[in-house]
Design a protein. Structure first.
Length: 211
């Protein structure tokens, strides 16, 4: 049992999650009107580079894809997109850990919230909300919930996820020993390349604060 727990400590995958937004220069006045072009539109977002998740143990996904709809919105924060499907790994390219393959099953939908927009860089700052997913690696399983911060860049269409400690939490750990507990703070990092479904069009998100 001790050996198994040590192996879990080195790996049991973590994580749930998905999209959101990291620290970027903030605008002088918080945006309250969010213009998405085109709107409404369906999107697909395959990963660009590896997706790495950690909850006391690292796991790596070489393939991950999210999809859903984007639309203009008002408010702060404002829901500029809804994620209706997301996968971590496939049968041919599963997510891996030292314990073996890792599975992550999301409970959807998740929402993408916009908080700030920098007109000089075309970068929106925000987070993915309502994250919920069950993670299983070896004998260890647990549920991850919460949100994940990140940025969306208009020029590239890259949604860069970089959650910070405390945004995601663990519940219902089983078979994880003392390695993954309700006190564990999962971290998620990875980039997704967003395009309008079936096209090469990169959606644009612009925030403003009309008088």
């Amino acid at each position: 049992m001790k050996k198994t727990t040590q192996r879990i400590a080195v790996v049991a995958g973590a994580g749930a999650a998905a999209f959101g937004m990291a620290v970027a220069p903030s605008s002088a006045v918080a945006s309250t009107v969010w213009t998405v072009t085109p709107s409404p539109a369906s999107f697909t977002a395959p990963n660009s580079g590896n997706i790495v998740m950690t909850a006391g143990i690292p796991m790596t996904c070489t393939t991950s894809t999210a999809s859903g709809t984007m639309q203009s919105a008002t408010g702060n924060p404002a829901t500029v997109a809804t994620i209706s499907a997301i996968n971590f790994g496939t049968a041919a390219q599963p997510c891996t850990s030292v314990l073996g393959n890792v599975t992550t099953v999301a409970t959807l939908p998740w929402t993408i919230k916009a908080v700030d927009y920098n007109a000089s860089t075309g970068v929106t700052t925000g987070y993915v909300d309502n994250i919920s997913a069950k993670v299983t690696a070896g004998t260890c399983s647990f549920t991850v919930t919460g949100k994940a911060s990140g940025t969306y860049t208009n020029s590239t269409g890259i949604l860069a996820v970089s959650s910070v400690s405390g945004e995601l939490s663990v519940s219902a750990p089983s078979g994880c020993g003392t390695v993954v507990t309700t006190a564990t703070k999962p971290i998620f990092k990875g980039n997704y390349a967003v395009k309008v479904t079936g096209t090469t069009t990169i959606p644009k998100v612009v925030g403003s604060n009309p008088p």
